[in-house]
Design a protein around this ligand. Structure first.
Ligand code: ADP
Ligand code: MG
Length: 322
């Protein structure tokens, strides 16, 4: 019988000394879907991925990939998965091509097969021209794509992407999103960890919001956004001296106080897009020029604040950047 879930973790607990990294977390996804694990730094995302990927034994709970238990049969699980993310697998002294061929050889591909697989992936990921350059010379975005390619050498059924876009600029982020979509179209199941609600929204069939090693909410992006109360209007006046004026206009339309997340921007939650139109109209009537004006989804911080009553404290994590 085919397993119902491509991967499944139930009640995972993992402690590191005094720190409880996982406190009963449960995650699962049906085959061919994307689960986004959304949470701030230190929430336990990487630890959960490492357990699922057989790199770490849980203290309690169980996890399986395609029905295969990760603790009892790690070697079998490793043949089913691809892994990329915050523990770089790429050797900087080797070229892009050499890295992929090496991984192919480690996965028991014959030499010719490993080379053709590597060439194919390098082409798919826009790295053909850089194939013979040392990975150490790659830009951040190229490096990330090489990581992704590396995780696909073994044609995995399930792929774990740990914060694949953290630190990438928006254009590069879109490139990674396109790759994820292609993987899913090929039938791969994806677990993606992220700190960005927009990313989960763009890619995921379901989202598990995690905090302190547990799932605090699970649902589709639309469901989570409803929890956080709709959308946010952001206004950045061209003249920073008119910020208070812009905030007053936004607040008057929205019927609630505006916030100032940055020195020269103001944001306010709105219930519908009509409020956005009205804010635009009044800014225009006041002759208030703007350099940025947007209607956006709630941020992770806002979803989080609504769910937990506390901020994500994104900068408070001890983990170093990917
Ligand atoms: N090897 C480790 N030793 C000690 N503490 C760790 C280790 N790995 C993770 N932690 C701690 O466990 C918690 C969860 O970490 P992590 O899973 O990396 O979170 P995330 O990936 O969501 O940022 C953090 O408090 C982190 O400092
Ligand atoms: Mg992490």
């Amino acid at each position: 019988m085919a397993p119902m879930y491509a991967f499944e973790a139930e009640g995972l607990v993992k402690r590191f000394g005094e720190t409880t990294a996982l406190n009963g977390i449960s995650l699962s996804a049906p085959p061919g879907t994307v689960l986004a694990v959304l949470g701030p730094n230190g929430a336990g995302k990487t630890t959960a991925v490492r357990v699922l990927a057989t790199l770490l034994r849980p203290d309690a709970g169980r996890a399986a990939v395609a029905g295969v238990d990760v603790v009892r049969h790690p070697a079998r699980v490793r043949r089913l998965i691809g892994l990329t993310g915050q523990y770089a697998s790429v050797d900087e002294d080797l070229t892009g091509a050499e890295n992929l061929v090496l991984i192919g050889r480690l996965l028991d591909l014959r030499s010719r097969e490993a080379r053709s697989r590597a060439a194919r992936l390098l082409a798919d990921f826009g790295l053909a021209e850089a194939a013979d350059r040392r990975a150490g010379t790659y830009s951040g975005g190229m490096r990330r794509r090489l990581d992704l390619a590396a995780s696909l050498v073994g044609r995995p059924d399930v792929i774990f992407l740990d914060e694949p876009t953290t630190g990438l600029d928006p254009a590069k982020r879109e490139d990674v999103w396109a790759i994820v979509r292609r993987l899913v179209a090929d039938g791969v199941t994806v677990l993606l960890t992220t700190q960005y609600l927009e990313e989960a929204d763009a890619l995921a069939d379901a989202i598990s919001v995690v905090d302190h090693g547990r799932v605090i909410a699970h649902g589709t992006a639309a469901e989570l956004k409803r929890v956080a109360g709709g959308q946010t209007v952001l206004v950045r006046p061209a003249d920073p001296d008119r910020l208070a004026e812009a905030a007053a206009i936004a607040a008057a339309v929205a019927g609630r106080p505006a916030e100032s997340p940055g020195r020269d921007v103001t944001t306010v939650p709105v219930d519908d897009a009509a409020a956005f139109t009205e804010i635009v109209r009044r800014l225009d009537a006041a002759g208030l020029a703007v350099t940025e004006l947007s209607l956006r989804l709630p941020s992770l911080d806002e979803v989080f604040f609504t769910l937990t009553g506390h901020r994500t404290g994104r900068s408070g994590g001890r983990e170093s950047a990917a």
